[in-house]
Design a binder for this molecule. Sequence first.
Ligand code: CP
Length: 323
Amino acid sequence: MKNLIDIKRLTKEEIDTIITRAAEFKTASQDPARGEINYTGGISDFARLGERLYRANSCANKTACLMFFENSTRTKCSFLIAADKLGMNVIDFNAQTSSLSKGETLKDTLDNLYYMGVNTIVLRHGEDDITDKISKEVTLPLAFINAGDGQNAHPTQALLDYMTLLEKLGTVERKKIVIVGDVSHSRVAKSNLALLNKMGADVHFFAPEYFTPKNKGEYAAIWETDYDTAISDADVIMLLRIQTERLNGEESEMAKHYSEKYCLTSERLAKYAPDAILMHPGPVNRGVEMSSELLDSPKGRTILEQVRNGVYVRMAVLEGVKG
Ligand code: CP
């Protein structure tokens, strides 16, 4: 894998390889003394397994540069932790205090970073397709990882969601996975759709009219017209964040009423989809996509499990890209 730009470019086998490696890292990272995994060997055996897996990674002493032009907690911090666990050097690039502010182009910046010894660029940006475009402009052998580009793609989010689903369900094949909320602004929805379709899931979408993309026919999914019918008997409900920072004036006005009709509560979940796995990419708008009590209930715990899996998926991706 040269770069990770978009799920659409990965084969099923490449996705499986990333998840398998992420699971190895997870097994090696978890401390059996904290009861996080069901490991029956002794502590010293476990430590040796961890050491072997970590030493086997090929990116120790390589350098990753995290370039986040949009805010982030989960993605940025988990890439930082992942790189650190792999023994990589990490640069937390600050665009505002960099020479981009003097008019230097992104391409020239990247060329200079390569000559300082940077191997991998992790890029989050507000512009659709920028990771793809800049990876083609830069001719030096840098590896690029898309950490979210505009409303286009968020491949590592889809991979960590898939890892979480495999842990819970074993497979996503023929599972009813319902993606709900602000679909029109969501790169998470697009990357998850691409991955889940590849893996044989039955993907449904529900969005109010003001969050339904104009090109909804291009989404290879079943579009539902009623929230409660959509979530009925779902195996998985994936709520999307209302992306207030991307809404125009009219959408903002409409979004103020979103929670009145579509806020998921424990009661609603118990009525329509009591066995569903509840997911959300975060950050959650409490009381908007779901109630605070649901988020804080055992059902909400999967959302933090997604976040934890993000570390291991990002370790596998950092190790896997070759530039
Ligand atoms: N899910 C996600 O991308 O969260 P952050 O914006 O906090 O990275």
